[in-house]
Design a protein around this ligand. Structure first.
Ligand SMILES: *Cc1c(COP(=O)(O)O)cnc(C)c1O
Length: 362
């Protein structure tokens, strides 16, 4: 039975997008592909706020996240950690054989710019990883404040994960001075999973050119070389690229400002609903994400029972908490194509399901 996803990725995909994927196949070295690839660049550059190319990687976001580490870290990377994804990036850096330092913050607390400055000032770093919007706990760090600190350390290449905030709010890569910005298809872009998008500054590319053992599949120099011919290094996931074209049309029709305002408004609607029910936000309130709400389960509901009712009676699912927060928090996405009407339906389903959900025994 079909049900709708309100988890923070993957999220619901529109029929228009699904139909776009059914386009007859083309060769990835054909002029048709080059035209398709090149037609996407202006829309993508506007979304990323950049003049640099936007590369399309056939992988989940982690492919690009790992690839960025392998491409630019020669000396030592600082991994800023405040949730499950950013914690894992430290593990990934170590697995790539890199020198990596963990700069840890409590889950739900933002990355503190002063702590970043103090650590970088110790010296020896040539790269940093930051997750803008920690999806695991719904915490959004202050990217402009963090980038202002990074401008004091020109030798440090910034690798910024905007996987769950991209296209839902303005993030101006060039104005902020971001070197490598990464997102994925299955979050706010509301495409199926399998495509990662990234944009890379010239100085990050120059760094990559000096790094050995970058491998092939995620080699940024290969991406750039192929980009110059309107192509990707290897055969890309062409159906998703057609879906991306369709989505960029949607985004252009809505307008960027309207899109950002819609995400912010719907996020506020869900947050107000949670507060009215008596739930607290899990992350520091001023740093709540704009694309999801991570509520503390302070009322002690049995969240798996809640999701069973939501799924069987209302044909939708929310998230019952990520990793160590399972059962302790629940997350509701407002990414993608949601509207006032669909969020109103969600809230009425949540009200009805909560009314018949037991409180957990604990
Ligand atoms: C979903 C997510 C990822 C991982 O994306 P994959 O596509 O599963 O590789 C990384 N970072 C953030 C912030 C995410 O929300």
């Amino acid at each position: 039975m079909a049900y709708k996803l309100f988890i923070p990725g993957p999220i619901a995909v529109s029929d228009k997008t699904l139909q776009a994927m059914a386009h007859p196949m083309i060769g990835h070295r054909s002029t048709d592909f080059v035209a398709l690839y090149q037609s996407l660049q202006p829309g993508l550059q506007a979304l990323f706020g950049t003049q640099d190319p936007v590369y399309l990687s056939t992988s989940s976001a982690w492919g690009s996240m790992e690839g960025a580490i392998r491409n630019v870290v020669k000396a030592k990377v600082l991994n800023c950690m405040n949730g499950a994804f950013s914690d894992k990036w430290n593990d990934v850096s170590l697995r790539c054989g890199k020198q990596a330092t963990a700069l840890k913050f409590e889950w739900g607390k933002p990355i503190d710019p002063d702590a970043v400055r103090a650590e970088l000032a110790k010296g020896g770093y040539d790269a940093i990883t930051i997750i803008h919007n920690e999806t695991s706990c719904g915490c959004m760090s202050d990217l402009p404040a963090l980038m202002a600190v990074l401008r004091e350390f020109p030798e440090v290449i910034s690798i910024i994960d905007t996987v769950s905030s991209f296209s839902a709010m303005p993030i101006a890569k060039d104005a902020l001075g971001v070197d490598i910005i990464i997102t994925g298809s299955q979050k706010a872009l509301a495409l199926p999973p399998g495509l990662s998008l990234l944009s890379v500054s010239k100085r990050a590319l120059a760094r990559a050119a000096t790094v050995g053992e970058r491998g092939y599949y995620f080699d940024l120099v290969e991406f750039q070389k192929n980009h110059e011919n309107g192509m990707t290094p290897s055969t890309p996931v062409i159906p998703l690229i057609y879906a991306l074209r369709s989505k960029l049309e949607d985004i252009q029709a809505e307008g960027l400002e309207a899109r950002y305002a819609r995400h912010s408004r719907l996020n506020g609607t869900v947050r107000a609903w949670g507060y009215a029910k008596g739930f607290k936000l899990f992350p520091a309130e001023a740093y709540g994400s704009v694309t999801l709400n991570c509520f503390a389960n302070n009322l002690g509901y049995d969240l798996s029972a809640l999701n069973k009712v939501l799924k069987s009676k209302h044909h939708l699912v929310i998230d019952g908490g990520y990793g160590k927060l399972k059962g302790k928090t629940f997350r509701i996405s407002n990414m993608g194509d949601e509207t006032d009407a669909t969020i109103a339906e969600l809230i009425s389903a949540l009200d009805s399901a909560l009314a018949e959900t037991p409180k957990a025994a604990s």
